[in-house]
Ligand binder design. Structure first.
Ligand code: DLL
Length: 429
């Protein structure tokens, strides 16, 4: 274990630690973030009211829109001179949800990921190939520094260029692969096409996350690569990867509870549900300095597993994410809101506001097809104009989503009209 003292802490000690840190966090945001001061004042809560963990329930929820309304830095609780890193994830309007880290936050983040890497069986002898995109996305940097902390040798490959990934994996003898599960499956196909066999590589552990995957997918990954495939969970607003991760027993993801207090709520009523019941995961960060969040609604549906794990860790586990309570899609690890597509399409002349997204899977890779309806049929007579229009849509979508989509231009009035809620998304996965 990377941090045995914390990872095997008795429940009452963990609760005492959480309570003290919760108080500090509430005080920090009350003193430093005008948004939170007002929120807490409106709810009649002041830091001195936080005496036990039950008092958490007196605090109002924070939602993604709160970050958006205070874009970009309005929820930061540390002065800019103390912020040393900025990351972001996609938001509903194309404006990214932006988060800032102090030096202490970066240390805490590496600690979280170091634990998760160690839980999965990684150590200082490993060579870790990071196949997440380096950039505003938290995936690559998060895993990078956490694995570096445990002493593994990092190969900062970034995502894409799959043939080169395969070559490096074979030549450098990578033992740990960090990626989305779907990209790992695609990579395995490329390796196969290149005639690289399991026995030609040294891979032994997969650290997969950023999107959901099924047990069947895990089986495929383990068989194709000959590895232990583990899953981890996180989100940029909370820190990035490192909120929770699986140990080698693969029976739920251990939550780093000394940094994150989990709750499960009924997403319709907001009522807190007992451990074991399925609902929306709500997380309070209790040691972040840059942008602490109180009762952040993740929209991810899961349940908490309280019984002790065979690995000996006492950290509470969360089950695989069972879905989301909003319309966010995860396509090749990228968060996509249908509203982002809509805002792009509605800005382009000659197309009607009727559209549909078809998300599918080709082999193991997610695909996105955007069906767009032409405003009038006159354009159908000119191949070059159609081609130009298609290129424009593709390019603009790529700029906003960071994803390649296939564009299907449909004749006027052919996309299904709805009588109630529009069915914008067909998910065939
Ligand atoms: O995806 C952070 C991350 C990077 C986690 C790498 C793990 C590995 P965001 O881009 O902000 O952050 O997206 C967060 O991704 O609310 C979930 O819906 C989804 N997600 C992340 N991990 C998992 C997982 C990163 N293991 C959103 N299973 C979250 C299912 C996941 N969904």
């Amino acid at each position: 274990m990377w941090n045995k003292e914390i990872e095997t802490m008795q429940r009452k000690d963990m609760q005492a630690l959480q309570t003290a840190r919760l108080f500090e966090t509430v005080k920090r945001v009350y003193d430093n973030v005008p948004f939170y001061r007002k929120r807490l004042d409106d709810a009649g809560v002041c830091p001195d009211n936080i005496k036990t963990l039950d008092d958490l329930q007196r605090i109002p929820f924070t939602v993604k829109d709160d970050l958006r309304d205070n874009y970009p830095f309005g929820l930061f609780a540390a002065p800019m001179k103390d912020i040393v890193r900025i990351h972001a994830s996609s938001g509903t309007t194309g404006k990214p949800t932006t988060v800032g880290y102090t030096r202490g936050d970066l240390e805490m983040w590496s600690e979280c990921v170091a634990r998760i890497a160690a839980m999965a069986g990684a150590n200082e002898n490993d060579i870790a190939q990071i196949a997440f995109g380096y950039g505003l996305f938290t995936g690559a940097f998060g895993l990078h520094y956490g694995l570096e902390k445990i002493g593994a040798a990092i190969i900062p490959m970034s995502s894409g260029n799959t043939e080169k990934q395969a070559m490096i994996m074979q030549d450098y003898g990578s033992t740990v692969l960090v990626s989305t599960p779907s990209y790992a499956l695609y990579m395995s196909e490329v390796l196969q096409e290149q005639g690289i066999k399991k026995s030609d590589i040294k891979l032994r552990i997969g650290l997969f996350g950023a999107e959901g995957s099924t047990e069947e997918m895990r089986c495929q990954l383990e068989n194709r690569w000959g590895i232990i495939a583990t899953e981890n969970y996180g989100m940029s607003e909370l820190i990035g990867p490192g909120v929770s991760g699986e140990c080698t027993h693969k029976s739920g993801m251990h939550i780093n509870e000394d940094f994150f207090i989990p709750e499960i709520i009924d997403s319709k009523t907001g009522e807190v549900l007992p451990w074991g019941e399925k609902g929306e995961l709500v997380i309070t960060t209790i040691s972040k300095q840059g942008i602490p969040l109180l009762r952040y609604r993740t929209k991810d549906i899961t349940y908490l597993i309280p019984d002790q794990c065979k690995c000996g860790r006492t950290l509470l586990r969360m089950a695989k994410i069972q879905g989301r309570s909003d319309d966010m899609l995860i396509i090749r690890g990228v968060n996509v809101f249908p509203s982002q597509v809509e805002s792009v399409l509605l800005d382009i002349p000659h197309i009607s506001p009727h559209y549909q997204l078809e998300v599918g899977r080709n082999g193991f890779v997610d695909t996105l097809k955007v069906m767009v309806e032409l405003e009038d049929s006159s354009l159908l007579d000119s191949f070059s104009k159609l081609e130009q229009l298609e290129k424009t849509i593709k390019h603009k979508l790529h700029t906003v989503l960071g994803l390649d989509a296939k564009i299907h231009l449909a004749e006027p009035k052919t996309i299904e009209r709805s009588m109630g809620k529009a069915k914008r998304v067909i998910d065939l996965r």
